[in-house]
Ligand binder design. Structure first.
Ligand SMILES: [Zn+2]
Length: 381
């Protein structure tokens, strides 16, 4: 099965060159879910492109009969961020025009409470299909109204134009998977939302953050938030309903790196998830280990960032995934001075027990600069 390949112009540069997106669309014989997978929204987080390449060649080896529904793949989904450089480094996390994080710019449909209550009351006896269609129509209309602003002579800033182009690709999707990584040295984990946790284990990762109250500015939240809101409102009126939509962010390994075992882990996890969702029918999938796999769903408040208490050079940091207990020294700072004395080695202890989750790449730190993150144990056990 070969994909349809579509290219969409994103922005014309002052030089006359165009930046564009390329979408690989695999369509199965049987109708089913639309699954949308993108990579590299943050400039340094290139790993998802290698994961998408793995998925692309795997899907190309399948027949149309083996795919149910459609799968869209968008590597290099943010050319502006991806191509940004400072010396050899990829700093593309923030839009250089306005300093905004590329993953805090998205638009979520958010009806007024009275409007939503009315919609739910009008649909209390409707079938899930009808509710889905009518609500989806409202989302698309509202999105369209927003989009019309960019066609006015006054236009909109590039980040809005970009946000609209990217979201227009997945507005009607059933599942969204956004592949990121740490900007530094990170472990593999995911972000998930209520009502979809049951399928989180299919990614075969060990840790997931459950976001119970999405704000809607990140790509994953913007997609799922309107549906969570609708489900919650139905629950308020006594009807339990789940539309089967899901949104995931996978965080795979380290920044500026596309060769680590995290690539293989990502490919394997997504294949297994697709099989678990019956989007693909491939012998051997879902993998037998899926049933026994358990993912530790944690809360964002358990993640503690450590910032350098003074400027200097990081020495002897404990390695990624290392377990620590409160009081353990997990790194030292070699502090220089201009006060006529020798450099000093300062130890920094862990405040609480946990696991080293993320490590800064740059071992030269100014006072107050990010050093590492620890995933603390719940309730400070
Ligand atoms: Zn990211």
């Amino acid at each position: 099965m070969q994909p349809d390949i579509q290219t969409i112009n994103l922005v014309r540069l002052s030089s006359g060159d165009n930046l564009a997106l390329q979408i690989y669309k695999f369509r199965g014989k049987q109708p089913g879910k639309k699954i949308y997978i993108q990579a590299n929204l943050h400039g340094a987080e290139i790993i998802g492109n290698a994961v998408i390449q793995g998925l692309l060649s795997w899907l190309a080896s399948l027949s149309e009969e083996q795919l149910v529904g459609e799968i869209w793949l968008v590597p290099a989904c943010n050319p502006m961020g991806m191509n940004q450089r400072s010396h050899f480094f990829s700093p593309g996390r923030y839009n250089s025009y306005d300093g905004k994080d590329w993953n805090r710019i998205f638009w979520a449909y958010h009806p007024q409470e009275t409007e939503l209550n009315r919609f739910v009351q009008d649909h209390l006896a409707s079938s899930p299909e009808t509710i889905y269609q009518n609500y989806q129509q409202q989302i698309e209309q509202s999105f369209q109204t927003e989009k019309e602003r960019s066609n006015q002579p006054s236009g909109v800033p590039f980040s809005v134009r970009y946000q609209q182009t990217l979201q227009s690709l997945c507005l009607d999707a059933d599942v969204v998977i956004d592949i990121h990584s740490s900007s530094n040295q990170g472990i593999d984990y995911l972000f998930t939302f209520p009502n979809q946790e049951n399928s989180a284990q299919a990614f075969l990762l060990d840790v997931g953050f459950l976001v119970t109250e999405p704000e809607g500015y990140t790509f994953d939240e913007a997609f799922i938030k309107p549906w969570l809101l609708l489900e919650q409102t139905f629950a308020k009126f006594g009807r339990k309903i789940h539309f089967g939509l899901a949104s995931w962010t996978l965080e795979l390994g380290s920044g500026m790196n596309a060769n680590s075992p995290s690539v293989e882990k990502g490919i394997k996890g997504i294949k297994n998830y697709l099989a678990n969702q019956n989007a693909v029918q491939v012998s051997g999938f879902p993998l037998p280990e899926t049933d026994n796999h358990s993912i530790d769903l944690v809360d964002k408040t358990q993640l503690k960032k450590y910032y350098a208490p003074t400027g200097g050079i990081i020495q002897n940091p404990l390695s990624l995934k290392r377990k620590v207990v409160a009081g353990d020294c997990f790194y030292q700072i070699l502090q220089f001075n201009k006060e006529g004395t020798k450099p000093e080695l300062i130890s920094v202890p862990a405040e609480a027990s946990g696991m080293i989750f993320d490590l800064g790449t740059n071992q030269a730190v100014n006072e107050g600069e990010y050093v590492l993150s620890v995933l603390e144990k719940r309730n400070q056990e």
